[in-house]
Design a protein around this ligand. Structure first.
Ligand code: MN
Length: 497
């Protein structure tokens, strides 16, 4: 991601003379250098010349719009930058921006402080003048407050940069649909034109025959070579490895994987969906193949769920370089116990990036919708804080639902369960979490991540101008239901006619 940039732009004016402006430029460069040197940002922060006039501001905003590598801007008013100067620039700025409300020096030099110092280090009020125009112009932006070296500030900038990377991915993402949505299912449907307007990503449908042609072009030798990769990446029992039928099922998956990857890569797709009802010409529902493609970074949604597929891809980009993986997920079954738990899984397609150990590769009978033997990876998810994210189409707009959860170790083995799974305890507890999720209309599918935080999703949703509702340790149902009602009014008004 280091080819992606966030531009650091400092605002000032000519009132203070060249000496102060030189200091402002030096300080800005030092902040950028310092932040880059933390190595905690997922992008390269680039210091731009201080802007002092409406023309310079307008120009840097236009340059940012036109630069493909620039995914956002950090704006800071070291001194005072009268905010009417920012109107034309902000009016045209199409990249997300973060208002960093910081100050070069952390501590006041009590014995030396004079009016020169005060005039050079006046972001305390310069940034408030700038803040006003953002609010006056109804601009969505992130405000981060604190000394730029403080860990909580770096952490927030890191998170926001990840949201900006996700937003950039969202703008260019193409999702391939093989077949259509599962018949009669409501939540996986949606308005693809509205989604492209809101999130930028494109969704394109293909007949399964188009994919079958590419899969059939994969040679036996290519598939055989792929089996060595599997042997290296996963635990495979001798029994499976030496079984002729199991070998055939592994070769099936190898052909599916290589064929789908070729199709997606050549078409410029970052995510895909398929559906067990639309498999004519394929050997069965791809299992291992889909799991591996997700691990390679592709988004995926089952049963034609293109919204969740896109979200999985975007969240994989957001989480890149961080510990922990991201997967397509489904709330599958409950464990009502001392602490109520959710066992998340899917028919087959859970991404091994979330696994707690080297996955086992096994062949089992698949019986849902289609009946066939399928090679698939088995594992349980790594423990720790995670989130489940569900983008839904409300008919006239989108809503993104986030639930913070704790992924925990299963209390016992599940020797008869032939799929990968994640066991979690939702916050604040299952009663409130599931009720809030259902009131909000959250899907039975979600994008599950161990690396992406709620704040990142919230920042991303604000970039898209889309509602987010968050279910966390502070959620109460009374307050949550009111939030849904109030949001409904706000977004209806915001949308206009
Ligand atoms: Mn499903």
């Amino acid at each position: 991601m280091l080819n992606k940039e966030i531009w650091f732009v400092t605002g000032s004016q000519h009132l203070y003379g060249p000496k102060v402006l030189a200091e402002v430029a030096d300080n800005s460069a030092a902040i950028v250098k310092g932040l880059n040197e933390t190595q905690k940002l997922p992008v390269n922060l680039v210091c731009k010349p201080t802007v002092k006039t409406p023309e310079e501001i307008h120009s840097v905003c236009q340059q940012a719009n036109n630069d493909v590598n620039c995914v956002g801007l950090v704006l800071w008013m070291h001194t005072f930058s009268p905010a009417k100067m920012w109107i034309s620039g902000l009016n045209e700025l199409q990249k997300p921006w973060l208002h960093l409300h910081t100050q070069f020096h952390a501590k006041l030099p009590w014995s030396d402080i004079n009016m020169n110092y005060m005039n050079t280090h006046q972001s305390a009020h310069g940034d408030r003048e700038f803040g006003f125009i953002g609010t006056r112009m109804r601009k969505e932006r992130k405000v981060v407050v604190g000394h730029w070296q403080a860990p909580h500030v770096v952490e927030q900038i890191d998170g926001w940069c990840r949201a900006a990377l996700g937003w950039a991915e969202s703008q260019s993402l193409k999702v391939a649909r093989f077949g259509d949505n599962m018949r009669h299912v409501a939540v996986t449907e949606g308005d693809k034109v509205a989604a492209q307007i809101a999130f930028g990503y494109q969704v394109h449908a293909y007949g399964v025959g188009d994919l079958v042609n590419v899969v059939n072009e994969v040679s036996d030798a290519q598939a055989k070579a792929q089996l060595e990769v599997y042997q290296n990446d996963y635990q495979i029992s001798d029994e499976t490895w030496k079984d002729e039928h199991a070998q055939k099922m592994l070769l099936n998956e190898a052909k599916l994987e290589l064929g789908m990857e070729k199709f997606l890569t050549e078409g410029g797709f970052g995510a895909f969906t398929n559906c067990f009802e639309n498999l004519t010409g394929l050997t069965g529902l791809p299992g291992l193949a889909t799991q591996r493609l997700m691990a390679k970074g592709f988004g995926y949604g089952g049963e034609g769920d293109w919204k969740t597929s896109a979200m999985v891809r975007i969240m994989k980009v957001m989480g890149e370089g961080r510990e922990g993986g991201c997967s397509f997920m489904e709330d599958y079954t409950y464990n009502f116990d001392k602490v109520d738990q959710v066992l998340g899984a899917h028919m087959l397609e859970i991404c091994p990036s979330i696994a707690d150990a080297k996955p086992r590769l096994e062949v089992h009978r698949h019986t849902i919708g289609v009946s066939c033997d399928v090679a698939r990876l088995l594992f349980t998810a790594k423990t720790g804080p995670s989130i489940c994210v569900s983008p839904i189409d409300m008919g006239n707009r989108f809503r993104i639902i986030v639930n913070e959860v704790d992924t925990v170790a299963p209390p016992a083995g599940t020797p008869n369960l032939p799929v990968a799974s994640a066991l979690w305890e939702p916050k604040p507890d299952l009663n409130v979490s599931a009720a809030a999720w259902i009131y909000a209309g959250g899907a039975h599918h979600s994008a599950y991540s161990q690396a992406v935080t709620t704040d990142i999703i919230e920042d991303y949703a604000e970039m898209a101008g889309v509602e987010t509702v968050i279910i966390d340790e502070n959620t109460t149902l009374r307050q949550f239901k009111n939030e849904l009602r109030q949001n409904a009014a706000y977004y209806a008004l915001k949308q206009g006619v």
